[in-house]
Design a protein around this ligand. Structure first.
Ligand SMILES: Cc1ncc(COP(=O)(O)O)c(C=O)c1O
Length: 384
């Protein structure tokens, strides 16, 4: 007998691939499986045509002026590495200073540590108690030696949304490149690369109901390709900036996923915001002292990170076997370390360990939310 799976409420870690996305990918495994670089036959031409279509779709949904601004990668980790290492190296003659902030994903923070070990200067901006970076502080930290500022759109643990337009504007005024890790935000809140003045934008398909193993680095209209050097060598694909045969089926999946998110964004974000608010109210009414981690309103519509004072979220999770939830990011859970995101917001280590993330998504029903609300109340009651 098959094991009954828990209700999935960990959509910040990854999402189920939408069946419409799977459908869009299938022909590129079995019929149109050519190499887009094969110029001498129809298999190659068809693959190249499909890839161009995926590029156009993705450019359109992310507000990039041209399909040539899209570089396909294996995901946001690679896109972040390429943006940070590529610009640090590409603009090495211009300056040696980079700026980021404390609650970034490890694929930004760890790359910054590597760059610091190689002699670059890295400033890590603090955030306030709701997770926001202060644009004024960014302005004061920019220097004539700054080549890149890297700030995320939405945080993966709390959902807090940064004031992107203002932050990008500060960089633009000083002619400093602005990179944004939008792995969590893309498809969930409106994003327009060129209108926001973003120079490099990282996205990942598996956070928006697409397949794992594919993402993109979107190059804004102002970015000169010479500002970026590749991390890999050995091919002319993706303008030589990301050599290697592009996974056409996965790229089609990313483009379709992004398109669906964009078409459904308004209705879906209203629905998710309604569900998270209902859940928050229910839990706050039933458990004294529950607090929200992150920003109360500038937040991803489906993300709820809750602090249960005095409780251990590991034990709480054990008491909730019917639900796939998380006590932090998928990358750090299991490391035993308190979340660097929550401690950056001023939470103590024990408060960080008393926090639980609920990540609602496209396939979450209001019945799921009612059930998890009830189960959390019972589990807290039991543990207290
Ligand atoms: C904010 C953020 N950036 C980057 C990543 C890495 O994305 P990928 O799994 O596509 O490498 C994640 C995923 O956990 C994330 O949440």
């Amino acid at each position: 007998m098959a094991v009954k799976l828990p209700v999935y409420l960990d959509n910040n870690a990854t999402t189920r691939t939408d069946p419409r996305v799977v459908e869009a990918m299938l022909p590129y495994f079995s019929e149109d499986y050519g190499n887009p670089g094969s110029e001498s036959h129809a298999f190659g031409w068809r693959a190249e045509e499909a890839l161009e279509m995926a590029r156009e779709q993705l450019a359109e949904t992310l507000g990039a002026a041209s399909s040539s601004e899209i570089l396909f990668t294996s995901g946001a980790t690679e896109s972040n590495n390429l943006a940070l290492q590529g610009v640090a190296e590409g603009l090495v003659k211009r300056g040696d200073h980079l700026i980021t902030q404390e609650t970034e994903h490890p694929s930004v923070l760890e790359v910054c540590s590597v760059l610091a070990r190689k002699g670059r200067k890295v400033s890590v901006l603090p955030v306030d108690s709701q997770g926001l970076v202060d644009p004024q502080q960014l302005r004061e930290t920019l220097s004539p030696r700054t080549v890149l500022v890297s700030l995320m759109a939405a945080n993966n643990e709390t959902g807090t949304l940064q004031p992107l337009a203002q932050l990008a504007q500060e960089c633009r005024e000083r002619e400093v490149l602005f990179h944004c890790d939008a792995a969590q935000a893309a498809g969930k809140v409106p994003l327009d690369v060129d209108a926001l003045g973003i120079d490099l934008l990282s996205v990942s398909a598996h956070k928006m109901y697409g397949p794992k193993g594919v993402g993109a680095l979107v190059l804004g209209e102002r970015l000169r390709p010479s500002s970026l050097v590749p991390l890999l060598f050995g091919g002319a694909q993706e303008r030589g900036l990301r050599p290697g045969t592009v996974a056409v089926a996965l790229a089609m999946g990313l483009a379709r996923a992004s398109q669906l998110c964009s078409e459904e964004l308004e209705v879906e974000s209203t629905r998710l915001r309604g569900l998270t608010e209902k859940l928050l109210e229910r839990i706050q009414a039933g458990v004294a002292g529950v607090d929200l981690n992150g920003h109360p309103s500038q937040r991803l519509p489906g993300t709820l990170n809750l602090l249960f004072p005095g409780l251990d979220s590991g034990k709480l999770l054990l008491d909730l076997p019917g639900f796939a939830l998380s006590s932090g990011s998928a990358c750090s859970s299991g490391s035993g370390k308190a979340s660097h995101v929550l401690t950056a917001l001023g939470r103590s280590e024990s408060q960080a360990r008393a926090s639980l993330r609920v990540g609602l998504g496209r396939f979450t029903t209001s019945e799921d939310v009612e059930r998890v609300g009830e189960a959390i109340l019972q589990a807290v009651d039991h543990l207290q």
